[in-house]
Ligand binder design. Sequence first.
Ligand code: SDX
Length: 433
Amino acid sequence: MSSPKNAILTIGNQQIELPIITGTEGEKAIDLSDLRKNTGFVTYDPSLMNTAVCKSSITYVNGEKGILCYRGIPIERLIKDGVSFVQIAYLLVHGNLPNSSEGKAFSQLLNVNSLMHEDMRHFFDLYPRGAHPMHILSTMINALAVYYPNVDLLSLKEDIDISSARLISTVRTMAAFAYKKSLGEPIVYPRNDLSYCANFLNMMFDSPVAPYHISEQDVRLLNVLLILHADHEQNCSTTTVRTIGSAQVNLYATISAGISALSGPLHGGANQAVMEMLRKIQKDGNIKKFFDKVKDKNNPARLMGFGHRVYKTFDPRARIIKAECTRYFQERHITDPLLQVAFELEKAALTDDYFISRNLYPNVDFYSGILYRALGIPEKMFTVMFALARLPGWIAHWREMIGANTRIVRPRQVYIGKKCRIPSCNSDKSGVN
Ligand code: SDX
């Protein structure tokens, strides 16, 4: 039976037809664009759980089947084909994987833009020691608009490659500098002879007294982790970017806002929170006691790295990251007791009715921290890694939103406050009764 072209909404004795939009993968949406104009009604959907805020061609997520595709290509295929993070960045921003000349030109742009303005180095000296790198990153990205002022809309649309490359490359340098600063160690500059991931690892771990040996396994693993975090359709931080960008705020300030949204423990901050949770459980040695806390409505404890607004089955990224844990630890002949705790925790949760009945499965953050730790990346940098990876996704969505001449985002509300005392015509002139 063919699906209806319109939905019928009956309000009292008024009946209106609302067009039905069908997405590429068959998802259905009721177009409410003219609802208020035709009925005076708005819809009420707090947290936008049932609302598509845009049409997008960048990423497809199917939460029931656990599917994630970038520009139509399943992530499992991209990982299997050994595509690099830089190629994925190009795919997300431009819509296709780069051919050899496009790839060379984009890598060249990344190299040319890998240094941040030398004056920006002094920013780090102004931060108190122990400042969280996400706060530093958000501030410094905002400041890029001061050092690279051609961020008005027109130039950015035309220079999208330069502005994308500057963000993707410079932010990687900023992140590594922030880490070195936090250690009180001399910063390590990017090198044009290294790939994106090798450069980052070198800037993080090279030192004048102990040269860093770049391992191909580490470079490969970092590519995989960044690819898996590169985009995820209308998540909280991407919706923030699209919303702020709709006011025609410059790209750097828009991305700075995305970073702030991502830093929340319910969003990108979860990978760091998972490690803290695993250590607590390892110390207590009592998963059941922890689960009792999580199930207690009066206790704010959550099984971090589990659950998802969209995935009601395994997050496909969690499956890949879990397999990478086994592969990497075997290749490097290392172990991590926290990985065993994570395996046991997952097994216990997947057989516990509280989690099963709520469709709570491991998400991208459950195992990722264990691999970042194995690469030597400190926990305070885990969410920074998420931000580095998500940059191409944010830029792609910003570009798509600008390209569609999106009107400024301004939702409505249902007012439930005090009755407005509208001054009547005989009230005193001040208008206050
Ligand atoms: C990311 O959106 C994206 O795509 C995000 C992301 C991306 O790539 O951009 O995928 C990245 O943010 C992954 C999520 C990382 N966050 C965490 O791991 C934090 C722990 N997870 C939860 O806080 C929660 O699952 C959310 C925030 C991820 C989703 O929250 P929802 O969709 O609002 O779910 P909910 O709070 O309405 O929960 C429904 C029920 C509730 O129980 P009841 O009221 O029905 O009894 O499930 C329970 C919740 O209490 N629940 C959990 C839980 N997650 C939900 N209970 C214990 N532990 C959890 N983790």
